[in-house]
Write a protein that binds this ligand. Structure first.
Ligand code: ADP
Ligand code: MG
Ligand code: MG
Length: 372
């Protein structure tokens, strides 16, 4: 669905580029938001200067809440980066307010638009090509957590309620199983059993958070490699992007989700389970980078919760895939009828291997927490 040119033009004017702007064209390959590159006249001709996005309000039902989170966190980060002696214009996103001082613009059809600066001389990788990149990824997301260590996480809006409430995810699965809307339960008995046997596991982190044993942190909730910009010159992690899902949450969740997809040896929808493994060496690389940054910030309980984060984020993801399979594929996009079942199977294979290697996962955490 193309954006009405008039609304795009209105947005360009709302952010104050109107007369100076050279041209605007579609940018990037995002699946969620509609993204445009804004070019401004520079010394050597037109330069890509800003990224202008129409927020997908089907996914983000509370754009005001999303933008408050983003402005709060990025403005805080700018100060931290200044204190570190860094460059706030390159090491975090700078969001721009509209001419009338709002943190987003609502077009004539009620759609929200927001705008931030483009960061030149940066690279973005879709997948881990060199193991070193996974180490960098751990260190970048660890640094992000450290920089926001004193940010009042309870002031953030929970823009997607219960996003990582594994207990509620389990309950939703039970409901889908009972209804068995598409008569698919018979085709996935082993997978159903796999989940039901782990009901108690689903409580482990939720309970610790409710009891106050684990603190709420600023979490990113999409800790993929392609949400880090790397500096073209130094090759080092430069800037964490894609801040739409910033919410209060557990450190173990962000950590765990990174491990879930980054330390797997195959794609999320690989059909041949012989190819799907949890790679302990990749896990160790991430832990090394992550704890180098966070070992003085995280509490002892949080550090101990990290392997559980990996296990439960992977289990939760598998539960969500199987729930969607039972419900008839209404949430995740599928290319064939068993797609969500195939995805659930890869996740459960990973969970199974994590359970088998759990002692080693904990030992690796202890090793780097001690500062090796
Ligand atoms: P999505 O939610 O669709 O993943 P992102 O915010 O991650 O959207 O942006 C998509 C891609 O656009 C990124 O992976 C990156 O390659 C590029 N990109 C986004 N923001 C910037 C920026 N400020 N500077 C340079 N490239 C960017
Ligand atoms: Mg992204
Ligand atoms: Mg995103």
């Amino acid at each position: 669905d193309g954006v009405d040119d008039r609304n795009l033009e209105d947005a360009v004017y709302a952010f104050g580029f109107g007369n100076r702007c050279s041209y605007v064209k579609p940018f990037g390959a995002g699946h969620i938001n509609e993204t445009y590159a804004v070019y401004m006249p520079g010394e050597d001709g037109d330069e890509l200067s800003y990224v202008l996005q129409r927020i997908n309000s089907n996914v983000f039902k509370d754009p005001q809440g999303v933008m408050e989170n983003i402005f709060g966190v990025t403005e805080y980060l700018r100060n931290v980066i200044r204190q570190e002696g860094g460059d706030p214009d390159r090491e975090t996103l700078s969001y721009i307010k509209t001419k009338s001082g709002c943190n987003y613009f609502e077009d004539s059809t009620g759609q929200p638009w927001r705008c931030y600066n483009f960061i030149p001389d940066s690279e973005c990788y879709q997948l881990v090509e060199e193991p070193e990149q996974f180490y960098q990824s751990g260190s970048s997301f660890g640094h992000f957590l450290k920089q926001l260590g004193n940010y009042p996480a309870d002031r953030l809006n929970e823009t997607i309620p219960d996003f990582h409430n594994t207990v509620k995810r389990f309950r939703a699965f039970e409901t889908a199983l009972q209804r068995d809307l598409k008569d698919r339960a018979a085709s996935c008995r082993p997978e159903i059993r796999f989940i039901l046997e782990r009901e108690k596991d689903c409580e482990v982190l939720v309970k610790k958070q409710e009891e106050g044993v684990l603190p709420l942190r600023v979490t990113h909730n999409d800790t993929k490699l392609n949400n880090i910009l790397f500096d073209s010159k130094t090759g080092r992690g430069l800037c964490i992007i894609d801040l739409d899902t910033i919410m209060p949450g557990l450190a173990a969740n962000d950590f765990g989700d990174s491990i879930r997809f980054g330390a797997a040896t195959a794609e999320e929808d690989e059909k041949n389970l012989d190819l799907v493994h949890f790679d302990l060496e990749l896990y160790e690389l991430y832990v090394k980078g992550y704890l180098k940054e966070t070992r003085d910030v995280l509490t002892e309980e949080e550090i101990r919760s990290l392997p559980w984060g990996a296990r439960l984020m992977t289990l939760e993801c598998g539960i969500r895939f199987l729930t969607d399979y039972l419900q008839g594929d209404t949430y995740f996009k599928t290319d064939y009828p068993e797609h969500n079942l195939v995805r659930a199977r890869t996740q459960f294979r990973l969970v199974d291997e994590m359970e088998q290697h759990f002692d080693e996962m904990e030992k690796i955490i202890q090793k780097y927490a001690a500062g090796e």
